[in-house]
Design a binder for this molecule. Structure first.
Ligand SMILES: C[S@@+](CC[C@H](N)C(=O)[O-])C[C@H]1O[C@@H](n2cnc3c(N)ncnc32)[C@H](O)[C@@H]1O
Length: 246
């Protein structure tokens, strides 16, 4: 299994302008400070609403978010990434003994092994068939809820998009949700959720109910606001509310 694009140069590229990469791909460890509160809000909302004690972070990069979730949220987190360099760094982070090298399209875990799964900024890099397989795998290994976020289609035309050589799938939230709905097993429900700059969705199943996506969005936005990370309402929020009230 090799993924040369995601080894040292991707994570530690000193030539990439500061601030353009946001997640666990920044030089050194951890998140770009403006981006971290966004994922912190989303992850803590997912964990709280799904009452998760265990979590899979699929495509965990260097493990910064998994370390946060262990340390601050008290979750039992397994981080999985395809990158040898990413996993070597993740293994040195807080609680990093639970870091596994693997492919999110073929997860090496039993069915329902985790209460919830999280996959941020990963599936956009896969070919379509592998992305469908990964969506099915995330649902297979989760008991209650899954959050998946990918780069928004509109980002293709930004400076980030012009520099990025790796993204294969630039899809809008509804398109991702349609792909997921066709890929995952019966019993799961999928909803696109509106966050700016991302094409995000949640999957849930019983005992969670149809209110879960709404509560997830509201709690995440409330936390982003509190953490100073919400500059304006996401453009898709009104449409999200309209759809839910039909
Ligand atoms: C943009 S980084 C996101 C890292 C982290 N999730 C975050 O939010 O910062 C993309 C990550 O996806 C990983 N990746 C790419 N393809 C993968 C695959 N098929 N299976 C698992 N990880 C993969 C890369 O190695 C890299 O760590």
């Amino acid at each position: 299994m090799s993924s040369p694009q995601f080894e040292e140069q991707y994570f530690e590229d000193p030539n990439f302008p500061p601030g353009l990469k946001g997640g666990d791909e920044v030089t050194g460890y951890g998140y770009f400070p403006d981006y971290f509160p966004i994922v912190e809000a989303q992850l803590s909302a997912l964990a709280e609403l799904s009452q998760a004690a265990s979590l899979l972070d699929a495509g965990c990069g260097k493990g910064a978010l998994a370390a946060y979730a262990r340390q601050d949220l008290g979750l039992r987190v397994t981080g999985l990434d395809r990158s040898r360099h990413g996993i070597a760094c993740a293994a040195r982070s807080f609680g990093g003994g639970m870091s596994v090298r693997g492919d999110c399209a073929r997860l090496p875990f039993a069915a329902a092994a985790f209460d919830a799964a999280w996959c941020n900024g990963v599936l956009q890099y896969l070919e379509a068939a592998a992305a469908r397989a990964a969506l099915a795998e995330l649902a297979r290994v989760s008991r209650r809820a899954v959050f998946v976020s990918n780069i928004a289609a509109a980002q293709r035309h930004t400076e980030w998009g012009r520099r990025d050589q790796l993204t294969r799938l630039y899809l809008r939230p509804g398109q991702w949700a349609a792909v997921a709905a066709a890929a995952i097993a019966p019993g799961w429900h999928v909803s696109a959720v509106p966050f700016e700059g991302e094409a995000a969705m949640v999957f849930w199943r019983e005992p969670l109910n149809a209110l879960f996506p709404l509560r997830f969005v509201e709690l995440s936005l409330e936390r982003m606001q509190r953490l100073g990370a919400l500059r304006r309402s996401p453009p898709g929020l009104d449409e999200f509310y309209r759809r839910r009230s039909r």
